[in-house]
Design a protein around this ligand. Structure first.
Ligand SMILES: C[S@@+](CC[C@H](N)C(=O)[O-])C[C@H]1O[C@@H](n2cnc3c(N)ncnc32)[C@H](O)[C@@H]1O
Length: 467
């Protein structure tokens, strides 16, 4: 047992689920944020429990060969990137193993790496994992950012990101994973707020006006959207802000989002257009999309093409299939698949996203995609029971909490030949795959796709076949 404030030297031999290094002293585990597997470090114990302790990294005595100098000077302080100090190849290995470990521990599967010969007892619950799909250049990839706005102790207007596990704003002028255009937009917003003395929002007292700035940049079109999220209905002197923002090349949409609730949720339900369109457009491969501030749209456009191509490969469409795309957002996967399918049905809970999906089908001249608003677990059950709708292939792409179990039951009852599961949380993915496996679907393949380089998040795409 160790004591609080004690200093120790330890060698890191594992990486935890939040990207932290884990070292052991006589079997007692120390969790050390910012330490890398292979590092020997001096740490200070911050919190000691019976079987493990959290320790602060004080000094890297011998650096791991996988440790690199992070390009961003704020990487250690800021909560946005957790593993920028690990070389990219190792980041991909870490994500591959994170998915593998969830599938084994939570799902109870045997997972073998593609191309690696392994002896297995039975092929029934064996998943073949293909190598993680990474980026060529894992920086400046995000097309969407939500920056909190506040004032520092001296009263200066600041924008940035929250520090890890807190709501303290780390002041940033450049972010190494966001679109570069954001730097100028944020400078204009900060100057405007300062000059016109607009109150910034204070979370504790639920007072002040400007809460966040949301930006979106079209990867292929370069169109820019700026949305100010405010705790009120009007932004004083907004004409002046609009005049300044319009000078940014490719500015396309300037909007306000009204969020007067005392909540951690960033966006409110209502948007008001101040200038230009209420949306921007962008392409995924050759499919064009309209994206409004409230709609979900994948944040890494380069990797989205890789993810969807992998999902399409797993769907193995011949042109005759009825495909369901559940949790479809603005219909990105649905429309991507529509060209290779007979019919596509998309289901999504956010009404604005379905409006976008319908418009997106129209602007692409796609006539074999139909969209429904509502919770997937309700809509699919109703359509299956009342209208006897069927499916050859089901694609699901739920939020982190995964699929409702009742939806998995309906999918099984519909007896599709194949299911493709896209997931942003390997733990809930493994839970749902276990259920599908028990109910008659064999998980054949899985692949991690790095949608969020330098962070611990990982996307996975899996292919299941009816047994
Ligand atoms: C991870 S996103 C995937 C969106 C889309 N497939 C894409 O690639 O852009 C998950 C989507 O599920 C939606 N959603 C959340 N809960 C839902 C539910 N119970 N039923 C249907 N859609 C839901 C969210 O609004 C979000 O658009």
């Amino acid at each position: 047992m160790v004591e609080k404030n004690e200093e120790l030297i330890v060698t890191i031999d594992a990486c935890g689920s939040e990207g932290e290094g884990i070292g052991r002293i006589d079997g007692y585990a120390l969790f050390v944020k910012d330490a890398v597997v292979g590092d020997t470090v001096r740490v200070k114990i911050m919190k000691a429990k019976k079987n493990y302790a959290f320790a602060r990294l004080m000094e890297v005595i011998t650096p791991s060969p996988d440790r690199i100098e992070p390009p961003c000077p704020l990487a250690r302080k800021c909560g946005g990137c957790q593993i920028q100090h690990i070389n990219y190849e190792k980041q991909l290995e870490y994500k591959h193993n994170k998915v593998k470990s969830c599938l084994e521990r939570i799902g109870g599967f045997t997972v073998v790496d593609e191309g690696v010969e392994t002896e297995v007892d039975s092929v029934d619950n064996v998943i073949v994992m293909e190598p993680a799909l990474g980026m060529d250049d894992p920086f400046y990839y995000r097309n969407k950012a939500q920056f909190p706005v506040g004032r520092n102790k001296e009263g200066k207007v600041v924008t940035g990101f929250y520090a890890a596990r807190s709501h303290n704003i780390i002041e940033t002028e450049t972010c190494y994973i966001q679109a570069k255009e954001n730097d100028e937009i944020l400078r204009i917003v900060r100057e405007f707020i300062t000059e016109y003395d607009i109150p910034t929002y204070n979370e504790e007292t639920h007072s002040g006006l400007v809460r966040h700035v949301l930006t979106r940049v079209g990867y292929k079109t370069k169109e820019i959207m700026v949305c100010l999220i405010i705790n009120g209905k009007k932004l004083p002197h907004h004409e002046e802000l609009v005049r300044r923002l319009r000078e940014v090349p490719n500015m396309t949409s300037i909007t306000l989002n009204i969020n007067t609730k005392k909540t951690n949720v960033i966006l409110g339900e209502k948007c008001v257009t101040l200038w230009g369109q209420s949306y921007i457009t962008d392409y995924i491969k050759d499919v064009k999309f309209q994206i409004s501030p409230l709609s979900f749209y994948q944040v890494n456009p380069e990797q989205t093409e890789r993810l969807y191509s992998q999902a399409l490969e797993y769907a193995a469409l011949t042109g005759d299939e009825v495909v369901w795309d559940l949790y479809c957002g603005i219909g990105t996967i649905s429309l991507f698949l529509a060209k290779s399918a007979k019919e596509v049905y998309g289901v999504e809970i956010v009404p604005q996203a379905i409006e976008d999906a319908k418009k997106n089908a129209e602007i692409n001249g796609i006539h074999n995609a139909t969209f429904y608003v509502g919770a997937a677990e309700d809509v699919v059950e109703d359509l299956y029971k009342d209208d006897a709708k069927r499916a050859d292939v089901v694609m699901v792409d739920p939020p982190r909490k995964g699929c409702a179990e009742s939806l998995l039951d309906t999918i099984v009852a519909m007896q599709p030949k194949r299911v493709v599961y896209v997931s942003c949380d390997p733990a809930t993915l493994a839970r749902d795959l276990k259920i599908l496996d028990e109910k008659g679907y064999q998980v054949k393949k899985a692949r991690a796709v790095d949608m969020f380089p330098n962070s611990v998040h990982v996307e996975t795409v899996c292919y299941l076949e009816r047994k």
